[in-house]
Design a protein around this ligand. Structure first.
Ligand SMILES: O=P(O)(O)OC[C@H]1O[C@](O)(CO)[C@@H](O)[C@@H]1O
Length: 244
């Protein structure tokens, strides 16, 4: 696992942008695994800048998102599909037919999970999976206790996750209690993983991910078993490991 220490959120986003742009340009048909949340927003802003400067194109890119809330339509401003359009897809030359965010309103959610897996497989697998981490160590929406063998599945969200994500909703009651998420095994099958971590509230989780026991109680700890992981973390996120 390579750990790149940067000063702050802005520097993390800058470094992540250079990392991702280099790979998009190097691969003939890049298949990206994309994430939502506050963490990658700065990265997406910078990628759009690079696109506007003709330094990167998404014409050959296929993408698969990690997760989606159950019950939110694509048009719902809190859906992850909407997030991706708003923060990235609408601003670059990606073909919407080449992007896939799990459908949180599918009539048969289990079938939707299988379709997401099959589509990734048909695309040749994920080349670069972008990840954030939850304060409880979740990756995607894989909460503590999720089996390492899990593939894309429907999850019940932890109280702590519902609370953390309520900042995006009018009230906590509006936060969906379930989501579709790529599983741990799905994530581990990616050829390369880029994990971004910023802020002191993630420092405990990051310390466990880097130095802790590999256990299903800390989903992110599984990344110790992956051969090609880069972590870009800021000083605050590394504060538990490095001391303040
Ligand atoms: O970047 P944030 O908003 O702190 O979220 C952290 C993680 O939580 C999720 O958004 C799911 O809640 C992940 O997809 C993300 O990586």
């Amino acid at each position: 696992m390579e750990i790149i220490k940067v000063k702050d959120y802005e520097a993390m986003s800058e470094e992540a942008c250079a990392f991702l742009v280099e790979r998009i340009n190097r691969f003939e048909n890049p298949v990206l695994g994309l994430a939502t949340g506050s963490t990658p927003e700065g990265l997406y802003k910078r990628i759009i800048e690079k696109y506007n400067q003709n330094e990167v194109s998404f014409k050959q890119v296929k993408s698969f998102n990690l997760d989606e809330y159950v019950g939110l339509e694509k048009e719902d401003p809190n859906s992850y599909y909407y997030f991706m359009k708003d923060k990235l897809f609408d601003h670059v030359d990606i073909t919407l037919d080449n992007v896939r965010v799990p459908n949180g309103v599918a009539a048969d959610l289990k079938e939707e999970c299988e379709t997401h897996e099959a589509a990734m497989k048909a695309a040749g697998g994920i080349d670069i999976q972008l990840l954030g981490i939850g304060a409880n160590g979740h990756i995607g929406f894989n909460e503590p206790g999720t089996p390492f063998t899990s593939t894309t599945h429907v999850v019940d969200l932890d109280e702590s996750t519902i609370e953390a994500n309520s900042r995006f909703f009018n009230s906590i009651e509006e936060v969906p209690t379930q989501a579709i998420s790529m599983g741990i095994d799905t994530i581990m099958r990616s050829k390369e993983i880029l994990l971004l971590v910023s802020g002191e509230n993630k420092a405990e989780a990051l310390a466990k991910l880097i130095n802790g026991e590999v256990t299903e109680d800390v989903p992110a700890s599984v990344l110790q078993n992956h051969a090609n992981v880069t972590v870009i973390a800021d000083e605050a996120a590394l504060s538990v490991i490095n001391g303040k």
